[in-house]
Design a protein. Sequence first.
Lengths: 149, 222, 222, 58, 244, 214, 214
Amino acid sequence: MKSRHKKLLAIGLAVAGLGIIAALVLNAFQSNLVFFFSPTQVAAGEAPSGRAFRIGGLVESGSLKREADGLTVHFVVTDTAKTIPVTYKGILPDLFKEGKGTVAEGSLGTDGVFTATQVLAKHDENYMPPEAAHALEQAQKAQATVVQQ
Amino acid sequence: MLGFLLTVIRRDLLLAARRRGDWLTAQFFFVMVVSLFPLGIGPEPELLKRIAPGVVWVAATLASLLSLSRLFADDHRDGSLEQMLLSPEPAVLLALGKAIAHWLIYGIPLLLVAPVLGIQFALPAEAIGVLVLSLAIGTPILSLLGAVGAALTLGLRGGGVLLTLLILPLYVPALIFGAGAVDAMLAGTGVEANLSLLGAFFMLSLLVAPWVSAAALRVSME
Amino acid sequence: MLGFLLTVIRRDLLLAARRRGDWLTAQFFFVMVVSLFPLGIGPEPELLKRIAPGVVWVAATLASLLSLSRLFADDHRDGSLEQMLLSPEPAVLLALGKAIAHWLIYGIPLLLVAPVLGIQFALPAEAIGVLVLSLAIGTPILSLLGAVGAALTLGLRGGGVLLTLLILPLYVPALIFGAGAVDAMLAGTGVEANLSLLGAFFMLSLLVAPWVSAAALRVSME
Amino acid sequence: MMQWASWDAFWAMGGYGLYVWGSFAVTALAIVIEVILLRQSGRQTLARLKRLNKWETE
Amino acid sequence: MSINWYKFSAPASFYGLAGRLAPWFAWAAALLTVVGLYLGFFVAPTDFQQGEAYRVIFIHVPAAWMSMFIYLVMAAWAAIGLAFNTRLSFMMARALAPTGAMFTFVALWTGAFWGKPMWGAWWVWDARLTSELILLFLYVGIMALWAAIDDPRRGDKAGALLALIGAINVPIIYFSVQWWNTLHQGSSIKPTGSSMDEVMLAGMLIMAFAAWFYTAAVAFVRVRRIILERERHTEWVKHVLESA
Amino acid sequence: MNPHPVLSVHGLACARGDRTLFTDLGFELAGGELLMVQGGNGQGKTSLLRLLTGLSGPVAGEVRWRGEAIAKSREAFHRDMAYLAHANGIKEDLTPLENLRFQAGLAGRGFDTDAAEQALRKLGLARCLDLPARVLSFGQRRRVALAGLLIASALLWIMDEPLTGLDVRGVALVESLLREHLQRGGMVVMTTHQALTLDGASVRTLQVGRREDA
Amino acid sequence: MNPHPVLSVHGLACARGDRTLFTDLGFELAGGELLMVQGGNGQGKTSLLRLLTGLSGPVAGEVRWRGEAIAKSREAFHRDMAYLAHANGIKEDLTPLENLRFQAGLAGRGFDTDAAEQALRKLGLARCLDLPARVLSFGQRRRVALAGLLIASALLWIMDEPLTGLDVRGVALVESLLREHLQRGGMVVMTTHQALTLDGASVRTLQVGRREDA
Ligand code: HEM
Ligand SMILES: Nc1ncnc2c1ncn2[C@@H]1O[C@H](COP(=O)(O)OP(=O)(O)OP(=O)(O)O)[C@@H](O)[C@H]1O
Ligand SMILES: Nc1ncnc2c1ncn2[C@@H]1O[C@H](COP(=O)(O)OP(=O)(O)OP(=O)(O)O)[C@@H](O)[C@H]1O
Ligand SMILES: [Mg+2]
Ligand SMILES: [Mg+2]
């Protein structure tokens, strides 16, 4: 084999290899590979069964209830399509609020209630002063009313 | 070219056959590390099943790493590595051949032993299947990357540990995806994503590692 | 006689100081093995806490074993072991000194790092205390027994792996009692029984191991 | 002091003092250590090289 | 004597240049730090969701950026050194690594100290955090390899090879928040614009520049030391040593 | 025979660690010539030989083979050259014959079992053919390495202290091998601290390292 | 001087693996005498020397020191003996001087820094005093080991090919060291394949291995 042929062969193999890599990676990202599962995924049976896993989503507005002991809480995690009720006993992170993101670890009972052993807050990437946030909220509400009308 | 590659592989296989004790010991190490865990952690079956993928994968990693530290060291000490680098054939093939031989000698037996260990940890049959499959894709990665590390640390004192330090960070993705695949199987979620990424990582190592090890070998000879 | 013992220890400390990289790397290896498990097993805190004692103990075992494989090897290769055995002083002191130096160099830092790893695995403070205490009694056992293995496997190829094979079974009791003590702490039962047994095992190794290693050294010189 | 009612409020950081100051303190410490090490090793290198060169020209 | 010793080799002239630049960069870093911290602590408003805890951002983000940026620059120097066998490139790579490791550590530490109050956990094994930890391991591994090899030329090349393979980790760190769903937040600064208040953003960017200048200053000082060591047999170094 | 120098070295400089061993070293060598590299302990003989083989790279200067820099024509050069280093490069677990077989395979050469066996016999290893190299004495191992050199049928031999460990007969044997090789038009670059009798051969010497220590 | 033999060997036999190297070997050595062990490659010289040091045990026979078997009087014997093996026994990370210091400590001897430095200088290592042994050339390392032998002030020197790697000056140096040692009433058992000029010293030879191979 001439050295030019060798070079061509090497380049050909490299290109083929890169192609395979790209295909495999794309395939992987089409499948699920996640730190947590969304309620929709759980509903679709994609989440693990009979063992601990994480769910993530927003805390549904108005769903947060505290029991008398002050530690046990109930809330509902939603991704706007599906919802999962959660119970948790322990201290909640400061950022845990209705309407905000959360990631809860625990297991799903047969009654469809998710018993969490750890609840984390997942915040978004927005940083602004409260006034601005308030103004933004107002604006959004105004827009929403405009749309409704 | 192919002849050279085959000679490199045949030579290492013959040497391994002459030193069967070495080879057996490496396999034994793997079995032993895995078996230590039930001793250290306690015999709770559910717990053991949960940690089985991670433990088997970590043990396989460590077992391969230990044998990898000698991949070029013996040839370096007795001067035959020098002679091989003076061959007219390209050093990439040498590095590739050495990695392939290492996998044949130390990787394949791991695959054969793994099912037994899986049973020891009460893994269900499908999970054992995924475990073996993930190891089959994952252990060659270690042989390839490890060859880079072995070449870089050639002749340094404490090379074995240094090798580990250099290679483990690079190897972490394989560990995560490999153990992740088995875990996903146990959890009843899809294993495909993990295995695809593992495969992609394998292809990447196959493309890159031999060149880097060859360069590293030349550097270490200076 | 004491002078000889001190010379042996001082010499190894000086050599370790000259090669600070080696030493740091061994510590890093320990940290890394422990950190691998969360990657392989998954990040569930409750689970991690459960397996923490076993993982830390197994990792400490492996880290010590790796450095042990070089306990006599370097001295053997460059011929200084031969010279030391030709000293008029008894070889038992040599073996003992080497084991003590090994513990000072590789054992003590493990004790210092262990708390950090305990925190990584979310262990409570008292459990971390017991972990360190159990390691403090257990790691010298490893240095002492490991010296026996290192002497036995001296000059054999693949000595490192063979060493593991020989010594791990002997070390299993230390592992069980050591991890057991921490486990007992976590479970809220008494730790005393485990620690007492560990202490007894330590005394036994201290009495027996140096003699055996000295004899093994002479044998491997033949 | 447009943001803070008092120095106490400043140090309290709205209850997050430990975390905010813990972050900044360790960062400062890391930088100080790096600078000190750099100076030290610079001085050592200089001294060592001087010694070596003198010894070699002897 | 008025011989211009520095004319004779690239390291020699760079030695002088680095010496002249380092103080300027150091002062710039100090100045920017003061301005940045002032903006960050006294001008920037409280955040609407994180309260005062968000102020960790002024050190976390610059440190995280620098940890990745320094790695890339180091790998680039290493690649140049391997390709063209230029001694100075390897020296630059060596001079950068410790500072990169330092910033990686700081990013990890401040991230943990931020995560505890905000997320409710010091540490989780998500993709962003794990890959950043691997970055620290890579830095340490490269430095350990350099330390273990006595022959500087061999050490240079060996470390450079390792640095190059490790470079693949940097895009993984950066894009991890997009590729996988992580607990770590997504990017606040995107090509399309930022989702941050202007004053906050200004403080953060100024602190990032401060970190950049600091890195440059420290690297210059360190590379001067390395140059002296490597070139100690040359006339100009002997001259420098005599006059020092 | 080629009247032009086949191996030529120009302005070679070598540094180990931070010590410069030699600078501006140059020589030319044609077929049938032997170059004896001389110098006391630690003067840089081994370092020079490794530069010549291309195993390490020079700080300055160039080694040329048939007029081309060996860095560029590596393959052709290594096809023509055989290097006997201080380490013998034989595997302890293989018999002498197996050692030679794999050496040939790795060098991309064909292997003739009879020729190899003959070379081993010539070097006085007739009784060791079936033993693993591990049990051979130091001198016997050196002889195996020499046999490897012999069957490589290379044009250029680079030999670092080939006589270490050889007894008196061994030394005489090496001398006759060298003479034969040179007569066939081969070339040799070698070092040794021992005396060597090579009457009739065209021997040149090269002094490495300026200052004499000690 | 002791008129009786100080070192005596009786009916010594040695087997390596399944091969008998020598049987019924005996000799006596008194102060001021040098025993040159001769034999071709692989005849068992190294094996004999290791038997003499007590590092390995004989199949049959006995080595006696001042009339007592060395297996019994190990401590006294090792106080009087120094062994220069093929491996130098020096640590690569220590400087020559540190190496000598620890050697002395490990041998339970006192250490005189000045004397050690002088020995190193005598062996031509003046310029290497501050370097780690790692960067020394092969010949220079051999010289460090020889310096260790020198300051051990032992009565009996056992030396396995002390000349390997030494340049011409080095060989001359060793010759003069040997002469001095013998004149002081010391004893030497050694091997070498090179020629050694020791006029005036009482040199005896011992042939190891019957058959001459090769
Ligand atoms: C140990 C834990 C953490 C690590 C290792 C880490 C790592 C990183 C890294 C490498 C970056 C730079 C990549 C980029 O610019 O996208 C980054 C950016 C950032 N991190 Fe973290 N982080 C940690 C925890 C946190 C926490 C707890 C928060 C907030 C609560 C946070 C907020 C941010 C923000 C706001 C950015 C800037 C994003 C941008 O605009 O690009 N990080 N972090
Ligand atoms: N890293 C280093 N730092 C300083 N000096 C070094 C280093 N490596 C090698 N040297 C020096 O370079 C020289 C090595 O030369 P080389 O091994 O080529 O010698 P040689 O001529 O073959 O000697 P010998 O006859 O003893 O084999 C020695 O003098 C040694 O001290
Ligand atoms: N395990 C074994 N099986 C068979 N033969 C062996 C074994 N070990 C050693 N030998 C033989 O014993 C001899 C070793 O002798 P030794 O090393 O003492 O030789 P020597 O006289 O020192 O030779 P040299 O001059 O080459 O150093 C060799 O001939 C070797 O082949
Ligand atoms: Mg040499
Ligand atoms: Mg011998």
